[in-house]
Design a protein around this ligand. Sequence first.
Ligand code: SAH
Length: 260
Amino acid sequence: MHILQLECSRAERDFVVADLWEHAVLGIEEDEQPDGRVILKAWFEFAIETPAFERYAPQWYRAPEQDWEALSREQWDTVEVGSRFFLVPEWRDDPPPAGRMRLAMRPGRACGTGWAAPTQLALECMETAVKPGATVLDLGTGAGILAVAAHLLGAGRIYACDIDHDATAVASERFRDEGIEIRTFTGSTRSVRDGSVDLVIANLNAATLVDLAGEIRRILAPGGKVILSGFRERDLARVRRAWNCEAEAREKDGWLALVC
Ligand code: SAH
């Protein structure tokens, strides 16, 4: 077990914690100092690259052996997302409230447990954007949660891809475990035929959403839509410009999403 220790201000804490969860962290311990600084200890199964945390004095060390799994499990809770989903840590069997569907959160090696705001925003957008029987591409599937959600919402043919081979391996394992047929591949839009997808779900980042605009348009069927998530207010104008999209943005914890 590896521990990444970070130091940040109280104001930065929520942001850093959300970012850690996006990096497949297993558990986080927070320790507020008398001077208002916060020391965060984040447990990882594998050490990760830390450019995102450079500003927070990152230090790695090996964790003493202990029951880290129980520690990390305690930090997960259920969460209601949008009006249809009930996200549940996979080891719990809390029954979904009426009208909601269980969507398991599976902490692990790939991005996208379900806990982070951009994933939840994408789920909210999917509730109305996924039409029964539609062909859907989960672009940058990470651990596969959005592809599973597309299945729950009644999509027809579902594709999931990621440029990271570890992610597609983790996602494929999940789809197999849940008995869902999702065509999964390592790669990106280049492997997808022109005009073949009704809905692309892209929870990436502002730069990638802008870079891929032409490619994503190419693979969309006439009348097709895209869910763009994973960017912040400061990037809204350039994402809108790249997509020529004036739709109202959805917001959560400072993150934004658009359906174009
Ligand atoms: N869809 C998941 C994971 C999002 S994290 C969720 O919403 O929770 C973003 C993922 O996109 C990462 O796994 C990353 O490897 C992948 N990715 C980044 N750029 C990509 C690209 N150009 N094409 C496909 N996948 C990409």
